[in-house]
Design a protein around this ligand. Sequence first.
Ligand SMILES: *[C@@H]1O[C@H](CO)[C@@H](O)[C@H](O)[C@H]1NC(C)=O
Length: 390
Amino acid sequence: MVTKLFVPVCIFLLFHYSQGKVTYNVLSFGAKANGRLDSRSAFLKAWGLACASRNPAIIYVPVGRYLIGSAITFSGQACKSKAITMKIDGTLVAPSTYNAIGNAQVWIKFYRTNRVTISGGTLDAQGSSLWACKSSRKTCPKGSTTLGIYHSQNTVISNLRSLNSQMFHILVYACTNVKLNGVSISAPDLSPNTDGIHLLYSKGVTIWNSKISTGDDCISIGPGNSNVWIEKVVCGPGHGISIGSLGWNAKEAGVQNVTVKTATFIGSDNGFRIKTWARRSNGFVKDVRFQHARMVNVKNPILIDANYCPNNKNCPNQVSGVKISNVVYEDVHGTSATRVAVKFDCKRGKPCTGIRLKDVNLKYGGQPAVSSCSFAAGTASGLLQPTSCL
Ligand SMILES: *[C@@H]1O[C@H](CO)[C@@H](O)[C@H](O)[C@H]1NC(C)=O
């Protein structure tokens, strides 16, 4: 009698169906919401069942703190499920000592998935012990990216919060069709290499309604990205929205079709920046639109830096590399924290072409700001303050 009753009750506790979807609650697999006992294997068990399910599946993480004590990979390689949603009401937390994840490239990784949605929740990597190590000049691990999406298709990340990553907060690598909506990212101004969202070799990434305060780029767009759409993003502190660094390699995939619309930058180092190494490269940046931005006390509101070479190392002869063309800046207004509010620093061998300025109005300490051009060509129209140097 006992066993007859026990089995169905157990199955009921492990999952239940609703509207054709099956839900796996991580608590049913031994996850502990106390932040102390490692819940990593419980998350993997829930993923395994969700992945094997023939129905769309939900992995549910209730309110509470869940220690994910070492790097974890959710692999979609053998999944039968047509869609998996990870619905998080709680916080996933890394150990406070940096070694636990410091040598893993990624703390929480999704690999070769299709139709995964991550909805809600907080990821707290507790990166401060690693930043302290890095500033003490001891030998420290490089640190891991908090959330990495690799080789995946049709990913949605919504209303997720990421706190205090060791390295990047979110990395999108070799993916197609990724939508990030309502993401909130936060790390201190001086935390090293804590880029908010970094894109590499991906196509069709949309970032929407997000707020990013961090120690490095708010959003950085590396080689091989196309069809990127960024809208309603607030950035600062941080290093701004950057295309780059590009051109480290002689053979490198280019960046094309990037739109950034309705962005606010508050006290950031840069607003819109394109940054390329002064090295030989066949890379390129083309068809970029920066539209409708408000700058509040931003050091370099508009910047193309084709002479990137920190400490003048690794750039033999400072040759020109990446070709930059067809970049539009439209309706950009506010205040610059330095006198040079618009700077196009391009190279003789590969000048920047097709730069278009329209309605740019930037002030510096109540005075007119200035613009500076080298080897940059294009057109200017509308109200321009500072006066165009194109
Ligand atoms: C540019 O990217 C957007 C998405 O960001 C896409 O809708 C559009 O079709 C792309 N344009 C071209 C010419 O590929």
